[in-house]
Design a protein around this ligand. Structure first.
Ligand SMILES: Cc1ncc(COP(=O)(O)O)c(C=O)c1O
Length: 399
């Protein structure tokens, strides 16, 4: 891994923090300018039949939502908590998904700016109709499909495999018929979120084409209005090799070709992207407390760990990182150091699972240096088990 070279938001933070506080550094640092530029370039690359929604679960921090608000067309939410967070910063429309919606959430969502409700099962459809009837409204819904085919080689798949999400493609026709019978339900389209962290842009385009074809076939069979086709998120970050990122241009070009190919169909395509939007703008920054060798393997122990950034432990991968060298050393005794070797980076928890980096090469690493874990802006802090061992939480800094 490379030593950090250019002045960045993270570097600015580390310099300020080091000059003002002797406690070991531990923080999430967000570069909001980078987020703004990245989200704007995504939006500008999309053809006009696309709507760009941000999947709030990737990172619901208020500062990020505020930065994205002027850029995105809306937000994908999966709980009343997320609906509240979006409502605090935006009047833009929301899509409400998630496999376990409570009656109270559905009712509450109707009072907010929720434009479409995803239907995840027959029972949920019945409940939505029941609640809508009691409130004398009609709910616009997208039917969530678990496709029969596997659509990518991504880490997590919600298609072509059994899952708690959506309705088996083989049952979708029954679901449409059922929905059409219900007086307080309006079928507006289909929802296909099918994968997580897909790195193959060509596979993503094929998936979009498949979603369009299936939606049009059901539209024709049941004389539905032109459907909204929600292709979900799942655009990946290459944590293993950040120099070879997901080829966004291939996806954007593929979407434009779809717009041209289906121009007479008057389709609207929704993207609800999380990871790819916010991962890069966030870094988790943690000071090395100790460097040691144990059974011939080298370990660095940091102030922090998987209770703050659970993702690499959950996926059993190395979080990409760089080293910010700190030359000051405040003790009168020897500074632990390793050079030209592989290191495992562990956290401060009392479990061997608390690992953020597995046997990666470093030129030099010393106690007191600072590790900058990159691509930590999505599925970082909020998916982690913050209070295990009761260590203080990291700072959250928005630059
Ligand atoms: C329904 C739905 N839409 C969108 C997303 C966002 O996916 P990603 O962060 O991979 O883009 C998720 C993630 O779990 C999801 O469940």
């Amino acid at each position: 891994m490379e030593t950090v070279e250019k002045k960045s938001a993270v570097e600015t933070y580390i310099e300020q923090r080091k000059s003002s506080d002797s406690e070991p550094i531990c923080a999430y640092v967000y570069d909001l300018e980078l987020l703004k530029e990245h989200a704007t370039s995504i939006k500008e690359s999309l053809p006009s039949f696309c709507r760009f929604y941000y999947a709030v679960k990737a990172n619901p921090a208020r500062e990020l939502l505020q930065t994205l608000e002027p850029i995105v067309d809306g937000f994908e939410v999966a709980s009343i908590g997320e609906i509240g967070k979006v409502s605090n910063v935006s009047g833009k429309p929301m899509l409400f998904g998630g496999p376990g919606k409570k009656d109270s959430e559905i009712e509450n969502a109707m009072d907010h700016n929720v434009e479409y409700f995803n239907v995840e099962s027959f029972h949920e459809l019945n409940r939505m109709n029941y609640i809508a009837k009691q409130n004398e409204v009609t709910l616009p819904v997208l039917l969530r499909v678990n496709l029969s085919e596997n659509v990518s080689e991504s880490n997590i798949r919600m298609s072509g495999v059994p899952s708690q999400f959506g309705v088996d493609e083989r049952d979708v026709q029954d679901l449409i018929k059922k929905a059409m019978e219900l007086q307080n339900i309006d079928v507006r389209g289909f929802h296909y979120h099918a994968m997580s962290n897909n790195l193959d842009a060509h596979a993503h385009v094929r998936f979009v084409e498949m979603c369009i074809e299936k939606s049009l076939a059901w539209r024709d069979e049941y004389e539905l209005n032109n459907p909204i086709i929600d292709i979900g998120g799942g655009v990946g970050i290459n944590y293993w090799n950040p120099d070879q990122p997901f080829d966004w241009e291939t996806l954007a070009t593929g979407l434009s070709q779809c717009e041209t190919a289906y121009k007479d169909e008057n389709l609207t395509l929704f993207l609800e992207i999380g990871r790819y939007v916010t991962a890069e703008c966030g870094s988790y920054v943690a000071e090395v407390l100790d460097v040691k060798t144990n059974h011939s393997e080298h370990y660095a122990v940091i102030r922090g760990g998987s209770h703050h950034l659970r993702f690499p432990a959950a996926w059993k991968i190395s979080q990409p990182f760089s080293i910010y060298p700190i030359d000051e050393w405040r003790y009168p005794f020897e500074r632990p150091e390793i050079t030209d070797t592989k290191v495992t980076v562990a956290g401060e928890l009392c479990t061997p699972n608390d690992v953020l980096v597995r046997k990666e090469y470093v030129n030099r690493l010393r106690a007191g240096d600072v590790l900058v874990f990159e691509y930590a802006g999505a599925y970082g802090w909020t998916i982690s088990h913050h209070d295990f061992l009761s260590h203080p939480h990291p700072e959250h800094v928005y630059i």
